[in-house]
Design a protein around this ligand. Structure first.
Ligand code: PLP
Length: 353
């Protein structure tokens, strides 16, 4: 084939998302941190009533209806909010607005793999800073690296831990570039960094409706930042990045906090139970403030267990990379799903390798 691509694109590895089996496949899917409960009934009612006229016309370019709803819920002005086609789009918007060859994008490892993919596509330099063994925060190293963009997922994936507000504050105050706090899992956590956005104009907190709100298929995320930062980001986003359906359904979903909180409470209770059950089987289980658990099987046969579960139509996540290859990431499902998983693991451990 001819060499159609930029050298950086040629050289980069594709992002590998969790497997998405075809619709209708009978499977217990605990590999992509989706919410096991359906979206808010209020949001689904809005979806049913989308009228053709709304689809005939281009959508409002800034997702204003969603911004207004999010502004009410979060108590931040609407012009401090940028809406994206999933939070993944917003991560990309930050990279495209700030990173270029010769500038560094920095993040601790292990973390969300997409940061690397997006940076490689932009041909910017990458500095990956390993988390300390116990996932304590490599603050000094991150400050010293001083990226044009620094990504911190908090809570982090796949470790499930939260970075303290104090560490994030110190980091933001020392960096000359933008600090992205990726709060995709914040609905399941005890604290969040939203207040820091007011203190520091170089912080953007990015959130999604994919996890807490059970709307991964809708593709809706948002960022909260000082309008001074947002104006640069608005320049590079697609003009109509928020479709009319996502905007209306998302606005209803974020307004229905009671429903979201009820689902989150159920998941947190199931998380505790699942952690207890896995520890009984001998797994090491890291504390999690998310809707998933990072675990290490007693016999360190993570890849084997992943494969065997897959044969039994239970999907979990295995990352074949240094530091994670003896671990598994398991999305917290319903109690029934978790029970089936624990039974299957128990049988696999008994029969051994
Ligand atoms: C799931 C996830 C996202 C992506 O969210 P979307 O809004 O669905 O694009 C972003 N960051 C992290 C760390 C995630 O786990």
């Amino acid at each position: 084939m001819n060499n159609y691509f930029r050298s950086h694109v040629d050289a980069m590895a594709s992002y590998v998302p969790g497997e998405q089996p075809p619709r209708g496949t009978q499977i217990i899917k605990l590999n992509s941190n989706e919410n096991p409960y359906p979206p808010s009934p209020v949001a689904l009612a809005v979806l049913q009533n989308i009228d053709g006229e709304r689809l005939r016309r281009y959508p409002e370019p800034f997702g204003e209806e969603f911004r207004q709803a999010a502004s009410q819920v979060l108590g931040v002005p609407h012009d401090w909010i940028i809406v994206g086609n999933g939070s993944d789009e917003l991560l990309n918007v930050v990279i495209r607005a700030c990173a270029e060859p010769g500038r560094k994008v920095v993040y601790p490892m292990p973390t969300y793999v997409l940061y690397r993919t997006l940076t490689e596509a932009q041909a910017a330099d990458i500095t990956e800073i390993p988390y300390h063994e116990d996932y304590s925060f490599p603050l000094e190293e991150l400050i010293a690296a001083d990226g044009c963009v620094t990504f911190i997922a908090s809570p982090n994936s796949p470790s499930g831990h939260v970075v303290s507000i104090n560490d994030l504050r110190k980091l933001a105050s020392q960096l000359s570039g933008v600090l992205v706090i990726d709060e995709a899992y914040t609905d399941f956590a005890q604290e969040n960094a939203l207040a820091l956005v007011e203190e520091f104009e170089n912080i953007i907190a990015i959130r999604t409706l994919s996890k807490g709100y059970s709307l991964a298929g809708l593709r809706l995320g948002f960022g909260v930042a000082n309008p001074k930062l947002l104006q640069g980001l608005f320049k590079v986003k697609d003009s109509y990045n928020i479709d009319a359906i996502a905007c209306a359904v998302g606005a209803a979903a974020i307004t229905d906090q009671a429903y979201k909180n009820a689902c989150v409470d159920k998941i947190k209770a199931s998380r505790t139970q699942l952690a207890t059950d896995l520890k009984k089987l001998g797994f090491r289980v890291w504390d999690s403030q998310t809707n998933f658990l990072l675990v290490q099987p007693p016999q360190r046969n993570a890849e084997y267990l992943y494969q065997k579960l897959k044969e039994q139509k239970i999907l979990i996540r295995y990352f074949k990379q240094p530091e994670l290859e003896d671990k598994l990431r398991i999305t917290v499902g319903t109690d029934e799903q978790n029970h089936t998983l624990v039974q299957a693991l128990s049988n696999l451990l008994e029969t051994g390798d």
